[in-house]
Design a binder for this molecule. Sequence first.
Ligand code: AVI
Length: 329
Amino acid sequence: MIIHKTANSQLISEFAQDVRAGLMESKKNLKPRYLYDEIGSLLFEKICLQEEYYLTRTERIILQDFSPDIVNMQNDDHISILELGSGSSDKTRILLECFLSKQKPLYYFPIDVSHSILYGTIHKLSTDLSDLYIKGIASDYLEGLVKVRDFITSNHNLPNKKLILFLGSSIGNFEPEEVVNFLRIIKNIMAKQDMLLIGFDLKKNAKTIEAAYNDKAGMTAKFNLNLLRRINRELGGDFRIGDFEHLAFYNENKDRVEMHLLSKLNQQVNIRSISETFFFKKNETIHTENSYKYTLRQISILAEDSGFRVKKNFTDKEKWYDLALFSPI
Ligand code: AVI
């Protein structure tokens, strides 16, 4: 945890600093990465199981249908697989099993910020898939990628060619001004023969998209409201959770789902660790996350802008979701 010193010499965390800065803005907001504490990560896994959250299910269908093609497109018998934000590696397993039918042993490098999730995933996969060699990296995306690249380069017995996976539509949580930069950094870490497979949620009717972020079981609402609970737990906030409500809608002009926390009444909230009081008007919101939706054309432009070309789009029949295989130009 990064600790900052404030003017009055108190030590406060980066989380506290970001909460203060976000709630002081005229359009209140909180950074989406703070949604994923331990409880938030568990709630997100439950979101993925909801009927309305078509993203996970559709990505799985595409992997089931097209893994053999993805494997064949590598033009090489020996490849190392890297995955950014691997989580439970549940869907990835479909692709790993397909690679294993052609290549043994297979080297898999899952990268995830959570030690505990990585530990569980490695244990499960190595028990079930005997020819899989796994080395997990507990780190953020880019730092992890550099570490794995250097590890592969310095171990001459490992396959040099890399396939990098970035699944789950996590790319949708990047702002347009950040996403090109992020992909360019990845491209610079890659070699000419490497490939990158990215999961994109495609634009579709607003009703279907909005339902995915407003599931009937209320998992997404719990996930969103957990951020206020987290501030109460970790920063001594006194948010009354029942006085806020989950709000998620598709903003067609910006091609994104916006997630907010709406104040049901005029109220004030104190946060002890930063000695601040914040005022909320009735219906004022805190913006907590954006989830961008793409067209195939936008994906191709994004690839070009960041130094890639799209080798192939793998989509489901309804064209709700795309796994795009990028190769560096
Ligand atoms: C992690 N990410 C791809 C999810 C999404 O769909 O943007 C996060 C999420 N937020 C609410 N529901 C799911």
